[in-house]
Design a protein around this ligand. Structure first.
Ligand code: NIG
Ligand code: FE
Length: 402
């Protein structure tokens, strides 16, 4: 058993379960034994190893609770089509978008996907993300969805980062089911979900509940079927249009309703009444060049707990840096920086049901820790174009040094 001490910490910013709020402590140290934080306090004893934080900021590692990282290529051609005036949904209707990624993924070997996903996970770690939720959803047939989840499982076993797998067969309707959408919903419910559950390779079940994609009835059926098979529901809701997805989220008591750019007052009330976490993805709004960000302040006023995540994917958001997502949250959603850290650590971990293990720097939690090269949190959103993280500890082990 070896121990590690982090000393000369300028400020330690974390959620505290004791006070149920974010705290900022000075002159504290922490001791890690193997992969666990065993003590946080003043003037602690010696340890086998020492890291000098040089009076800089220390925070928990980011928990990115919404990503779509299992794909072959990025889709910059579509980015440029959007710049010339085409809309995200128009591009998708013309064979671009999710179906474009799906064609490539179906033909890709598992080995190729493993190497692609592995290097994306390297980048996440470098940006300080120590836990990442990963969705399937570019396969859209049973074999390719299982292949995607198997890739997540295999990379998770070989990589330092922790990956939390979500089945998202309901990401779009594949071409062969274009004119028989309910038959695809049947395929998801009678074949994909049972096999995913049998293989035990997904924790959550997600649906793109959106105009032109999965309607309320289809989404409800898919999420309830998943639930019966032990897959916990989460949902893409009110991203481009508002027709009741947040109310469905509340009705089904999903773990998290995500996107919410177009959520209305009654949707906000529904989430608040059932204590559903709202996961906001400002990177997508920004990347798509849209003006209307999710109404963070309205959600907050009504008491909805808010997580923020990257939504990293090849179409609507090629952003992996949570530091940048924090900046966007502050500028465009008027989030206060401490709230932004809370949303991207403890609340995000709660939305993945792992808040007993990660998301804060407290005794007994995993030592997933960031040492920054700045003394306090105010500099995070201000220095927009710099990765200001000096050192990433995952399970108490340095996995990235600037
Ligand atoms: O979360 N909203 C649906 N899915 C992704 C985009 C996927 C893609 O365009 O490839 C999202 O934004
Ligand atoms: Fe998404």
């Amino acid at each position: 058993m070896s121990s590690l001490k982090l000393g000369n910490i300028g400020s330690l910013v974390t959620f505290s379960s004791q006070s149920s709020s974010m705290i900022c402590q000075h002159d504290v140290e922490l001791i890690i034994e193997n992969s666990t934080i065993i003590e946080v306090g003043k003037k602690l004893g010696d340890a086998d190893f020492f890291i000098d934080c040089k009076n800089n900021l220390v925070t928990p590692g980011f928990v990115d609770s919404h990503t779509h990282p299992v794909f072959v290529h990025t889709r910059e051609d579509e980015f440029h089509m959007r710049l010339s005036g085409l809309d995200y949904n128009e591009i998708n209707k013309n064979g671009g978008g999710i179906l474009n990624s799906s064609r490539l993924l179906r033909n890709a070997s598992e080995a190729l996907l493993i190497s692609k996903v592995k290097s994306r996970m390297d980048a996440f770690l470098k940006f300080g993300t120590t836990t990442v939720e990963c969705k399937s959803g570019y396969g859209l047939d049973t074999d390719s969805e299982l292949k995607s989840l198997s890739v997540i499982d295999k990379v998770n076993k070989m990589h330092d980062i922790d990956m939390i797998p979500t089945f998202m067969g309901a990401h779009d309707f594949p071409l062969e089911y274009k004119n028989k959408k309910d038959a695809y919903v049947d395929l998801i419910c009678s074949e994909m979900i049972p096999q995913v559950a049998k293989q035990g390779i997904a924790k959550f079940n997600d649906v793109f509940c959106e105009k032109g994609y999965f309607n309320l009835d289809q989404s409800r059926h898919i999420l309830l079927t998943g639930k019966k098979h032990g897959l916990i529901p989460r949902i893409h809701a009110d991203e481009f249009s508002c027709f009741g997805a947040s109310k469905l989220a509340a009705d089904l008591k999903v773990l998290s309703a995500d996107h919410l750019m177009e959520i209305d007052k009654s949707g906000i009330d529904a989430l608040a009444n059932k204590s559903i976490i709202g996961t906001l993805l400002p990177g997508t709004t920004f990347f798509l060049g849209k003006k209307k960000y999710a109404p963070y302040l309205d959600l907050q006023k009504k008491g909805v707990e808010v997580a923020i995540a990257s939504d990293f994917n090849p179409g609507s958001c090629n952003i992996q840096s949570m530091e940048f997502i924090l900046t966007l949250s502050c500028i465009f959603m008027k989030m206060n920086i401490l709230e932004a850290i809370k949303s991207s650590t403890i609340v995000a971990s709660k939305s993945l049901m792992i808040d007993h293990k990660v998301g804060s720097i407290e005794k007994g939690k995993k030592a997933d820790i960031l040492v920054w090269r700045i003394p306090d949190v105010k500099k995070i959103p201000y220095f927009i174009n710099q990765n200001q993280i000096n050192l990433v500890l995952k399970n108490g082990k340095p996995v990235f040094t600037a």
